[in-house]
Ligand binder design. Structure first.
Ligand code: GLC
Ligand code: MG
Length: 607
């Protein structure tokens, strides 16, 4: 959703005047954030996660919607790019009120995506290509068409208390003033049961009642069901919404001038309907289930949690030294800014490049510094986009895409790619008439553009043929991105200088020992410059030099620890034209140019 409005304090931080004092050797952190070679990395720490939004990846049966057979037919894409982990947004049975995040049967595949047999085929195909498969689990709510809800409405035990039911204060008056994340009241009256039910998202997504231990058992069995079918792990959806204050108090107004009274950000949710401590206990239970399987065959199972909460709460999802909970909680800092941004606050930042060089460094360092030492930097992760956010190219601007990918891939920790990012797909304008996302629809024609997530969900652009090779349907479920004739996988594979080839090179570099285990530092950072080194003594080491400014400039790396006088250009942004920094050239590290918004990766054997 993520499109709600940013708090003023965030604005203050994100746009505070940077110091313009030119080059500064970053002294505070004298190198040395050492990676850990003592501990073997598991497949997630070593790998890269690619998010597939299944409706938009590949359609195999011509109905205009992507499906499992379609995904199977495209698995070589991952092999070619060096990607080892795919996460698929929900594929379970669903009336699609929230496009799969409203599940009516957690142990079946929706017919639009295929069958359980297709899923089995997908698992086998993925396995044969060395790919790990992560499913998207939605524990906070089900569809109102789920059998549990229908029975709960009818007070059929044990389902009577599977959901959050309350009497209203008076006829027609909901029990509290709570608002749905998508706007409007979070309560809907059910005539049949004569009570209100809670839905933190749309009315067709009733919240499950986590005060009921049976609900926990249901979900643990659902996890087992998919683990038994070869799933390697889960992304856990909307975690901060699992619990509500049992006293059901009203929430206080936030005072946010940008939020209308029906918008989620109008109220303060912390600890009442959101971000409650009990949440962690459920994640611990889920981890225990994964552990059962890990103990069984020695293969790691992964859990990634989705929680747009303050950093200190994000970090708690790692658990503690004697009990690792999530492999990682998603790190949305490169989307939403540093930790002051409390919730889904991309509205402001999404419309332009949110960072200067110093802010970019601080944002990154804040997360790395927050990671407990027993986890280590390899437990970090870097998300540049997802199905709830503006696309990277639309948020940062196309010119910066390559540079941001270079940074993401060279940082310690797991990069998370949203489909289409590898070719720099952009948000597509979608008219109100064509809008499908409940978050957009709920807000009406005047406000939908700020809230709809459809622009970032258009079909994958494979080639320049009809519907970009995504589907043979006359009409696809969302319109195609208009730029597909020029922005597509096929063209970018053929063209040596392309986003896709930069992406592929960067994925490969991430496998280098210096990047997996080496020290990291940010030696030169100022308003317009960002640099990141990955250094391992006597190994091929790297530096990314990113000019986030709007003018070209020259860099001087002499004095930067570990960097010799000469280095080789390995990658540079597609728009780069300088004759001095062509790929493969050896350059003098004390004087070389980097164009506006360009990134450059240099390799050297560390001193
Ligand atoms: C998560 C999902 C989002 C969905 C919501 C409700 O935030 O990422 O797409 O709408 O949960 O399930
Ligand atoms: Mg289809």
């Amino acid at each position: 959703m993520r499109s709600l409005v940013i708090l003023l304090v965030v604005l203050a931080v994100a746009f505070a005047c940077p110091s313009q004092t030119g080059f500064k050797i970053h002294q505070k952190r004298s190198i040395q954030h050492q990676g850990r070679e003592d501990k073997p990395l598991n497949w997630l720490e070593k790998g890269l996660v690619y998010q597939i939004y299944p409706r938009s990846f590949q359609d195999s049966d011509g109905d205009g919607v992507g499906d499992l057979k379609g995904i199977i037919s495209r698995l070589d894409h991952f092999v070619q790019l060096g990607i080892n982990v795919i996460w698929i947004s929900p594929i379970f049975k669903s009336p699609m009120a929230d496009f799969g995040y409203d599940v009516s049967d957690f142990t079946d595949i929706d017919p639009i995506f295929g069958t359980i047999q297709d899923f089995t085929d997908l698992t086998a195909a993925a396995k044969s290509k060395g790919l790990k498969l992560i499913l998207d689990m939605v524990p906070n709510h089900s569809s109102d068409e789920h059998e549990w809800f229908i029975k709960s409405v009818n007070r059929i035990d044990p389902y009577t208390d599977y959901y959050v039911w309350l009497d209203g204060d008076a006829p027609g008056v909901p029990p509290t003033n709570w608002l749905s994340v998508f706007g409007g009241p979070a309560w809907t009256f059910n005539e049949q049961r004569g009570q209100w039910y809670l839905h933190q998202f749309v009315a067709k997504q009733p919240d499950l009642n986590y005060r009921n231990p049976l609900v926990h058992e249901e979900f643990k069995n659902i996890l087992r069901f998919w683990l038994d079918r070869g799933t390697d792990g889960f992304r856990v959806d909307a975690v901060p919404h699992l619990y509500e204050d049992p006293a059901f108090p009203d929430e206080l107004p936030s005072g946010n001038p940008n939020a209308d009274p029906d918008q989620y950000d109008y109220l303060i949710h912390d600890q009442i309907t959101w971000n409650r401590p009990e949440t962690y206990d459920v994640m611990a239970e889920f981890r225990q289930v994964l552990q059962e399987y890990e103990d069984g065959d020695g293969q790691h199972r992964a859990m990634m949690t989705e929680a747009y909460v303050p950093l200190e709460n994000v970090i708690q999802f790692y658990g503690n030294e004697s009990f690792r909970m999530a492999d990682f909680p998603f790190n949305f800092a490169l989307i939403n800014g540093i930790s002051n941004c409390l919730y889904y606050c991309n509205t402001t930042t999404s419309r332009g490049y949110p960072y200067n060089g110093t802010q970019l460094r601080d944002t990154i360092v804040e997360f790395l510094d927050a990671i407990p030492s027993w986890v280590g930097p390899q437990g970090a992760n870097w998300v540049l986009g997802n199905h709830d956010q503006r696309r990277l190219a639309s948020r940062y601007g196309e010119a910066l895409v390559d540079g941001m990918i270079m940074v993401q891939m060279l940082l310690p920790g797991t990069p998370v790619t949203y489909y289409g990012e590898e070719i720099s797909m952009k948000d597509q304008f979608i008219s109100y008439e064509d809008t499908l996302d409940p978050q957009g629809c709920q807000m009406g024609p005047d406000r939908y553009e700020k809230f709809s997530r459809d622009p970032a969900r258009t079909p994958m652009q494979w080639d320049d043929t009809f519907n970009a090779g995504f589907s043979t349907a006359a009409e696809t479920w969302l319109p195609m991105g208009e730029n597909y004739p020029t922005v597509n996988v096929k063209l970018q594979k053929e063209n040596l200088v392309s986003h896709l080839n930069i992406y592929r090179t960067m994925v490969a570099l991430r496998q280098e020992a210096s990047v997996l285990y080496g020290a990291y530092d940010f030696p030169i950072v100022d308003a317009d410059a960002f640099t990141l080194t990955r250094i391992r003594t006597n190994s091929t080491s790297y530096i990314v030099v990113l000019n986030v400014g709007l003018e070209g400039r020259r860099f001087n790396l002499s004095g930067v620890t570990g960097i010799p006088e000469k280095a080789k250009v390995v990658v540079r942004s597609v728009q780069a034209t300088s004759g001095e920094t062509q790929i493969g050239f050896t350059i003098n590290t004390n004087d070389f140019p980097v164009g506006a918004q360009e990134g450059l990766v240099l390799s050297f054997v560390a001193l």
